[in-house]
Design a binder for this molecule. Structure first.
Ligand SMILES: [Zn+2]
Length: 89
């Protein structure tokens, strides 16, 4: 049987999605956010829902491990709002 190929997709928010139907966080189409998978591979476990993988340089498509930082949603929120206010000055 021919194996179907599933292309990477771009999430509406600009993130890259990869096809991983066996992943516990896969959506109904079998896709998961690539940057979360990269971090999970790095730390060797599945991420909790309250854990955020932040893109250090702000490029949501730059999923190299050195551009990713794991933090809880509260810390992430304060970083992103600081960035927002900095950009307005
Ligand atoms: Zn972020």
């Amino acid at each position: 049987m021919e194996k179907a190929t599933y292309p990477n997709l771009t999430h509406a928010a600009g993130y890259i999605l990869i096809y991983r139907p066996e992943h516990p966080a896969a959506n109904c189409h079998g896709y998961v956010l690539e940057h979360r998978c990269v971090m999970e591979t790095e730390i060797g476990r599945v991420l909790q829902r309250n854990e955020i993988v932040h893109h250090i340089n702000g490029d949501k498509k730059d999923n190299r491990i050195e551009n990713l930082s794991l933090m809880d949603w509260h810390t992430h929120g304060s970083i992103e709002s600081k960035k927002y206010w900095d950009a307005r000055i």
